[in-house]
Design a protein around this ligand. Structure first.
Ligand code: PLP
Length: 392
């Protein structure tokens, strides 16, 4: 029997974005002391008070079907937070609780593009974006950005790339580069979106992880509230990656259809997970602050060790939980660098190529290892790069 063209077309078939991660995981399972700096998952577990909230909820009976768009107090808490952060009045009906930020990304594309519509993503990009556009039967357009511009899209290029698109996906703070879009970049995106009548999907899953400057939601800019779908989750901010809890927020006219999609796909997120999320949002400020402090400390460590290293160049990340290294001086591709680093030093990083062609010649290092092991791995990574730069 033949699978549908739609599902067979989700993956481009050429993407092996997670190859190093899988190879490193196999080595760890076989007992090798691999320093795992690949995917954006924390190296410590969800804090006990959140687990207690989940446990109490499940034991109190929240084990049946939960409200399909999200339990009312969670949607109210999210709406309240968004109103406070953006100054744009947001109601609970404008929130759909989803399985993680990824669930919200899929729902967003399903909501705002028709089959065959073009959607623009900005490279380097988070590795699931192309497949998510294709899963919604969209056609991908990619705009490359350059390290020379701090990986900020430039107005003229953006204007040209948006022509003929129905939607643009924006991610700030940015994975993998750590860029936080400037006021000028955000204003350009907003003005172009209004002028070209585009939907904007704003992926803000790293909103709480900013080290230089400040996060500003695109939704807060003039003319944006009626055309912006905000993607967010508690995965990064509250160490809840495995809970699969996030949300999509947007104009009421479109969110009622997103609710229909929620019914047709997941039929809601478990009630005890939602109550744990409610606890995290209402009472988890200290947990969020501790998470931020860990990555701020490790970022400083990485800047210190890698900043002046031979063979490496780096833009200090302004946000998120990675450092993005330009390794072109070593003469290696991102993929060759990552493969050899794993084979020779037992250090696993993501090759730039996993994030699109614009990231070739780079690697992304996730700061997801406790400080002493991270420091050791970063020093060995710097030594590896210096050796190759000399040999090259
Ligand atoms: N968006 C970006 C930019 C990410 O880096 C990630 C996860 O790494 C996600 C979305 C998905 O987040 P979640 O774990 O909440 O699905």
């Amino acid at each position: 029997m033949r699978p549908s063209l739609r599902i067979a077309g989700v993956s481009s078939g050429t993407s092996d974005a997670w190859e190093i991660y899988f190879r490193a995981s196999e080595r760890i399972a076989a007992g090798a002391p691999v320093a795992m700096l690949t995917i954006g998952d924390h190296d410590w577990p969800t804090e006990a008070p959140i687990l207690d909230a989940m446990d109490a909820s499940a034991r109190a009976g929240q084990t049946g079907y939960a409200h399909m768009s999200g339990i009312p107090p969670l949607r109210a808490a999210i709406a309240e937070q968004m109103t406070a952060q953006t100054g744009i009045s947001t109601t609970p009906e404008q929130i759909q609780v989803t399985p993680g930020g990824q669930g919200a990304l899929y729902a967003a594309f399903m909501a705002c593009i028709d089959p065959g519509d073009r959607a623009l993503i900005i490279a380097p990009y988070y590795a699931t974006y192309p497949d998510t556009v294709r899963a919604a039967s969209g056609v991908l357009s990619v705009l490359d950005t350059r390290s020379e511009d701090g990986f900020q899209p430039q107005r003229a290029a953006l204007e040209a790339a948006c022509a003929g698109c129905r939607a643009i996906l924006v991610n700030s703070p940015h994975n993998p580069t750590g860029a936080v879009y400037s006021e000028a970049t955000l204003a350009a995106i907003a003005e172009i979106a209004v002028a070209q009548d585009l939907w904007v999907i704003s992926d803000e899953v790293y909103a709480t992880q900013v080290y230089a400057g400040a996060h500003r939601s695109l939704r807060a800019l003039p003319g944006m509230a009626e055309r912006t779908l905000v993607v967010n989750s508690l995965s990064k901010s509250h160490v809840m990656t495995g809970f699969r809890i996030g949300w999509l927020a947007g104009p009421p006219e479109i969110m009622r259809y997103v609710a229909d999609l929620g019914m047709a796909t997941t039929y809601g997120v478990p009630g005890f997970i939602q109550e744990a999320a409610l606890f995290a949002l209402r009472d988890g400020a200290a947990i969020g602050a501790r998470t931020h402090a860990v990555y701020a400390r490790r970022r400083a460590l990485a800047l210190d060790i890698l900043g002046g290293a031979n063979g490496l160049r780096m833009l200090p990340p302004q946000g998120a939980m990675y450092v993005f290294l330009d390794i072109r001086a070593t003469g290696l591709s991102g993929k060759a660098f990552a493969n050899r680093l794993l084979d020779e030093e037992e250090i696993a990083v993501m090759p730039g190529e996993s994030f699109g062609d614009a990231a070739a010649g780079h690697v992304r290092v996730a700061l997801t290892l406790e400080d002493a092991r991270l420091e050791d791995a970063l020093r060995r990574l710097a030594g590896f790069a210096a050796r190759h730069a000399r040999e090259g």
